[in-house]
Design a protein. Structure first.
Length: 185
């Protein structure tokens, strides 16, 4: 049987049983579409899960030295040197100091508030955005300027949505607000 005869017989069978041919074509079309949709959903879900884990900080390393008078310490220079030596592993660094402190805004006082000192890269590392004003700059850090970025709650509750340029006191030291963080969902 030649190729031409086989082709003619196939066309003859298609034309003689149109319903069976239509159902076969429909099954093939539905099957291919289902595979495309399932692969697309799988790839989309994989991307979503990877992004969710990345937002949790799976690509960050945190070193904490706890307690007062601890004999262990890591200087900023040592941290920056570690990142410089291992650029294939680390992208950014932000030395961080966290403390509980008294916060005074105008005549209002907040007896205990968490205050975190960070570098200019911290917001990029954590995926935070600035809604008003600006982020911390390297010049602010190197010059030990008394500037800060506050969250939306302080901005709205104590500054009436106008925190940028205002001052506040943290443990008696006056800081100027240079930015307001965007509210997280």
């Amino acid at each position: 049987m030649s190729f031409l005869e086989t082709f003619q017989m196939a066309v003859k069978n298609i034309l003689s049983s149109k319903v069976r041919t239509l159902l076969t074509m429909l099954g093939i079309i539905i099957g291919v579409c289902a595979v495309i949709v399932i692969v697309g959903l799988g790839n989309g879900m994989q991307g979503y899960i990877e992004d969710s884990f990345a937002d949790l900080g799976t690509d960050s390393l945190t070193v904490q030295i706890l307690g007062r008078g601890s004999s262990r310490s890591v200087s900023e220079e040592q941290m920056y040197a570690l990142v410089e030596e291992n650029q294939d592993l680390y992208k950014q660094i932000s030395p961080t100091v966290t403390m509980m402190g008294a916060l005074k805004i105008g005549s209002d006082s907040i007896s205990t508030s968490t205050v975190t000192g960070v570098s200019e890269d911290y917001f990029d590392m954590k995926g935070y955005t600035i809604a008003q004003g600006r982020n911390l700059d390297y010049v602010d850090i190197s010059g030990r300027k008394k500037v800060c970025v506050v969250g939306q709650y302080l901005n709205m509750a104590y500054f009436g949505g106008n925190a940028v340029g205002q001052t506040l006191k943290i443990n008696g030291t006056t800081f100027t607000v240079v930015g307001v963080m965007a509210q997280k969902d």
